[in-house]
Ligand binder design. Structure first.
Ligand SMILES: O=C(O)C1=C[C@@H](OP(=O)(O)O)[C@@H](O)[C@H](O)C1
Ligand SMILES: C=C(OP(=O)(O)O)C(=O)O
Length: 416
């Protein structure tokens, strides 16, 4: 399938963003461990949450987690402490996303996990049982999802859990989000030093829980406002909280530097919180930023800055190679089609000094089974009328109604 996208002259609509998949997936795991019966409210309807919801309700012998990284990591820890034997598998890409660090940590805690295929990668066969817990060291510089997965089972381990993270800790806001949500459900879990975390043995409380909308999804609307030429362009996004625990909420500061202002609306009279995005007259002449805490934002800023003609150097991107695709390579290849020569260095940096080349004759953007490739490139239709996006259905991983929302905002999405 291929869509071609024509941008409107201006923007002026309200978009109901999807709920955060990071919060949804944590809430589901913690809710299951708490033994509660009222499901968290406003769960995301995205594929990555759907797989967790289905796995937890049906508990089939073989769990297909598809392309959901958080779900694979969180369920691996969960299945290790829940009675029963399960195989957990996923897409071909998932079978190449490393999980050895988490498996080693769980085995150290006494878990019974075997590799069904290649050592260090899914699928896994897990025989769940009560685990003692204790203290262990784990690399903090590969994926924070391993750490969040371990932390969430911490309260049910007989002796609790103490983690010492080694290396430069990446994606730290996601660890903070995990700890905070655990505490929301009554756990005692906190940082005890810069790289040490302690979780006490203590049952989770059952409670109702409402999930806020997704700041990562909001980034594509910031990008659209930034790229729209009409100074009166405005987008209103619902369900976003000021002071959110989502690390990607820094998008509101980052886009302020790229010419988009964020105005928080008061949420009174039972109205959900919302933000209005408006254009500013000023923007930075160049943009350097370390994405170590917001890896999912990198695609938005690479494409947006280049097309706005803002040279950049983005660091802290080492984890991009093990996400839905090798995002460093994917960004370079697809931006080259549009005539932008993006360079990479040290396996962890992307930079652009303004170099252009002849655009490809066929500019169709490949998405590499990566929702964020499709969503980050779509707003470029403001500068490339009729821009083509291949396999656009990938957006369902985190934002199933993305194309409907673009249509609502006045984009013409051809080929549907
Ligand atoms: O815990 C989470 O919800 C996530 C953590 C991040 O992964 P890494 O910790 O692997 O960077 C992020 O990229 C992912 O989309 C969601
Ligand atoms: C990296 C992502 O997801 P995951 O690792 O959970 O598959 C993402 O949503 O950008």
């Amino acid at each position: 399938m291929q869509y071609n996208i024509t941008a409107p002259r201006t923007l002026g609509t309200t978009i109901n963003l999807p709920a955060s998949k990071s919060i949804s997936n944590r809430a589901l795991i913690i809710h299951a461990l708490s033994g509660g019966d009222v499901l968290p409210g406003n769960l995301s309807d995205c594929d990555d949450t759907e797989v967790v919801l289905r796995a937890l309700s049906d508990m089939p012998e073989t769990i297909d987690i598809k392309a959901a990284g958080t779900a694979m990591r969180f369920m691996t820890a969960y299945l290790s402490v829940i009675e029963g034997e399960h195989v957990i598998t996923g897409t071909e890409r998932m079978k190449h996303r490393p999980i050895g660090i988490l498996v080693n940590a769980l085995r150290y805690l006494g878990a019974d996990i075997e590799y069904e295929g290649e050592e260090g990668f899914p699928p896994l066969r897990i025989k769940g049982k009560a685990l003692q817990g204790g203290m262990l060291e784990i690399p903090g510089n590969v994926s924070s999802q391993y750490i969040s997965a371990l932390l969430m089972i911490g309260p049910v381990l007989e002796h609790g859990l103490e983690l010492k993270l080694t290396g430069d800790v990446i994606s730290r806001p996601y660890i903070d989000l995990t700890l905070c949500m655990m505490r929301d459900f009554g756990a005692m879990a906190e940082w005890t030093g810069n790289d040490t975390i302690k979780v006490h043995h203590k049952r989770y409380n059952q409670r109702t829980y409402f999930i806020e909308n997704d700041w990562s999804a909001a980034s594509y609307w910031y990008e659209a406002v930034a790229l729209c030429d009409d100074m009166d362009a405005e987008i209103r996004l619902t369900g976003l909280e000021d002071g959110s625990l989502q690390g990607d909420s820094v998008v509101k500061y980052l886009f302020n530097m790229l010419g988009v202002k964020t105005i928080f609306e008061k949420n009174g009279n039972g109205q959900p919180a919302a933000v209005r995005l408006k254009k500013l007259h000023t923007r930075l002449p160049r943009f350097d930023y370390d994405f170590i805490n917001q890896p999912d934002m990198a695609q938005t800023f690479v494409v947006c800055c280049a097309v706005m003609n803002i040279p950049f150097r983005f660091t802290g991107l080492a984890t991009l190679k093990i996400k839905e695709t090798d995002r460093i390579q994917a960004l370079k290849t697809e931006m080259l089609k549009l005539g932008y020569v993006i360079k990479d260095s040290n396996d962890s940096e992307l930079w652009w000094d303004g170099e252009r080349c002849e655009p490809a004759t066929d500019m169709a953007i490949d998405t590499y089974e990566d929702h964020r490739m499709a969503m980050a490139f779509a707003p470029l239709a403001f500068k490339f009328p009729g821009l083509k996006i291949n396999n656009p259905q990938v957006v369902s991983k985190s934002y199933p109604h993305f194309w409907d929302d673009l249509g609502r905002a006045g984009f013409i999405v051809g080929g549907r």
